[in-house]
Ligand binder design. Structure first.
Ligand code: CDP
Length: 230
């Protein structure tokens, strides 16, 4: 039987991690798990509950008490999923500019990360999973079989996110998106706990000038090599 790999994909905001991970999971018939939604769900809970995101203790308590479920909606490999917070479907509320503006502050608290790490490891250790985030290869699943760090220039990432949001009817400007992405990257990379950085044994994919098929081809070549060596 072919070995079921644990694949970690990390990288800065809007570098195309989710798109790559979904395509890869589809191709391999693996589970796709986007850990960013957990941090987004806690952020949403704070904003909705009137909790000041600068209050680390209150936000940590929220993260510890919140019941966050990520459920596949296609009954298959989980490439389409919905996120439930205490039983309520909040999938459509996780990628708003407001959540974007607060999520990196929330994700920097040690207590929040501790509360969410357990769930991520439980899912990751099953194997046959493509897990996406900032610290998957470094902290959550350091034993992952394959670690990819997906990067692209700020300009490229802002342009992609702009097109995605515009297609969803958003009016937000390219400049505002670039600003928000840079702000998040700075907080994510400079925090003390589990900062955004490539794992020592990660493989870098630079996606400027590559479309999804190009990025997927590079990733699939890395997977094929791993499966051959396994
Ligand atoms: O999709 P995008 O790259 O814009 O963001 P995301 O993956 O949904 O992550 C949102 C935020 O959650 C990041 O900016 C981080 O602050 C935080 N995060 C994290 O700290 N660790 C993870 N493993 C995943 C996300």
């Amino acid at each position: 039987m072919t070995k079921k790999l644990v694949i970690a994909i990390d990288g800065p905001a809007a570098s195309g991690k989710s798109t790559l991970a979904q395509a890869l999971a589809d191709d391999l018939d693996y589970l796709y798990f986007d850990t960013g939604v957990l941090y987004r769900a806690v952020t949403y809970a704070a904003l909705e509950g009137g909790v000041d995101t600068r209050d680390g203790q209150a936000v940590t308590q929220l993260a510890e008490e919140a019941v966050i479920d990520v459920e596949p909606t296609d009954g298959g490999n989980g490439t389409d999923f919905r996120v439930l917070l205490n039983g309520k479907d909040i999938t459509g509320s996780l990628r708003t500019p407001e959540v974007d503006a607060h999520v990196s502050v929330v994700a920097a608290y040690r207590g929040v990360r501790q509360a969410l790490n357990e769930q991520q490891r439980r899912i990751g250790m099953r194997g046959g999973v493509v897990m996406v985030g900032r610290d998957i290869g470094t902290v959550v699943l350091p034993e992952a079989d394959l670690k990819i760090f997906l990067d692209a220039s700020v300009e490229e990432r802002a342009r992609r996110r702009f097109e995605e949001l515009r297609d969803q009817g958003s009016q937000i400007s390219l400049e505002a998106i670039a600003e928000s992405i840079q702000q998040r990257d700075k907080i994510d990379a400079e925090r003390d706990i589990a900062p955004l950085k490539p794992a020592n044994d990660s493989r870098l994919i630079e996606s400027d000038g590559l479309d999804i098929d190009g990025v997927l081809a590079e990733a699939k070549a890395l997977v094929a090599k791993k499966l051959q060596d396994a």
